[in-house]
Design a protein around this ligand. Structure first.
Ligand code: B12
Length: 122
């Protein structure tokens, strides 16, 4: 029997803000299967709330998040990317949205960040 979980999705649109907030958007996604990936959580949030996002599929790493709440990351000109962040620690998730499986009660932060080539994991 599969149990369910609750995951909170938070968004920070400005590259000037700390991962601790203030947040531009917060949504609790409840009653989803415990096997749900972050990508599943985001799709669910899109169905039940005002959350929107776009992604493209990479042949190896799965879904890459390219825009959130209508805002596209401009990597070419500004080295911006939509970072997938652990909302409890501020650390980047080690894998992409369609691979990462958040635990019950987790906070997942989507934060616009500037890419610094020496950071981990990329
Ligand atoms: C540079 C880089 C980035 C840059 C890409 C900039 C650009 N547009 O050129 C930026 C900073 C945007 C980036 C972001 C992320 N990355 Co990155 N990235 C890399 C790195 C170091 C090199 C990629 C590359 O240029 N390859 C050469 C080109 C010719 O091949 P390519 O397939 O066309 O490359 C594209 C993809 O790699 C894509 N891409 C980069 N990272 C990711 C991550 C995911 C999940 C997806 C779907 C696509 C993707 O961007 C490249 C250019 O379009 C790789 C390490 C590696 N060895 O591959 C990690 C790597 C691919 N990234 C990784 C991760 C985890 C991420 C993030 C999820 C981190 C995070 N927590 O936010 C985010 C993506 C978030 C999102 N929005 O979905 C992991 C993926 C692991 C996995 N099994 O899922 C890798 C393997 C690093 C690692 N060893 O952990 N990344």
């Amino acid at each position: 029997m599969e149990t369910s979980k609750t995951v909170t999705l938070k968004v920070i649109k400005s590259t000037d803000s700390s991962w601790k907030g203030p947040y531009d958007y917060v949504q609790e996604v409840t009653d989803i299967p415990s096997s749900s990936t972050l990508f599943d959580v985001m799709q669910e949030a899109q169905i039940h709330g005002d959350f929107t996002f776009q992604s493209k599929t990479h042949s190896v790493f799965g879904e890459e998040i390219i825009s959130v709440l209508g805002i596209e990351a401009n990597y070419k000109e500004r080295k911006e990317f939509w970072a997938l962040v652990d909302g409890a620690t501020g650390e980047l998730l080690p894998v992409g949205a369609s691979t990462y499986v958040p635990k019950d009660g987790d906070i997942m932060l989507l934060q616009m960040r500037i890419h610094h080539p020496k950071q981990v994991p990329c």
